[in-house]
Design a protein around this ligand. Sequence first.
Ligand code: ATP
Length: 221
Amino acid sequence: MLELSEISHWFDDQTEANAVVSHISLSLRAGKSLSLMGSSGSGKSTLLQIAAGLEPPKQGSVVLAGKPIYQLNDSALSQLRRNQLGFVFQQFNLIPGLSVADNILFQVRLNKQAHDAAWLQHLLNALELTELQHRQPQQLSGGQQQRVAIARALAHRPAILFADEPTGNLNDSLSHGVMQLLSDLVSEANTSLLMVTHSHEMAKYTDQVLHLHEGHLHASA
Ligand SMILES: Nc1ncnc2c1ncn2[C@@H]1O[C@H](COP(=O)(O)OP(=O)(O)OP(=O)(O)O)[C@@H](O)[C@H]1O
């Protein structure tokens, strides 16, 4: 469960009067998915970063898995992020020098979780990465790197997955495949998904769509 209450945020070169996001409240239950849409600069990525514990808001609170995350100390917050959250951001941040498979399993190993070979195989197949698993990130196209980032985000079966344009570099058929996988995971594993997208087609895979306009939230028309 993710709960945002009265979130407002502005950056240091801005003022409250032109806040990037303003008085936003929303909640996302376990196993549910939500798309954030809105024009460029409307505050979607900022709100996602705030919800994911990566940018403390100027006002308001974020409760994640029962914990008010910005009241946790750094080590408790990073532990919560490592164990319970998954991220797919526009920068893939794959580790050069590690194979695709090792990149995908990096967080599982960091968390000292048991390695679930069947789940890894399922992710590799679904994301069409099986034949690429021994390559290194620098030997992959942008779209292939994006699929590795998606597999890595799901490998530890997070409670909540945060995704910023998860299909941004993929062709139409792979985009639909990836969204189908994400929505299957949400229902199978009771994982929640908070996603930013520009695509109405991709947003249809989520249970709810909210629109941001100049930092304010509107329910889908
Ligand atoms: N670190 C920062 N410092 C100052 N301003 C920022 C910072 N990050 C974002 N902004 C500003 O906040 C506003 C919202 O940015 P944000 O990235 O959240 O928008 P977005 O809706 O995700 O846009 P896009 O669809 O283009 O990715 C923009 O005007 C942007 O310039």
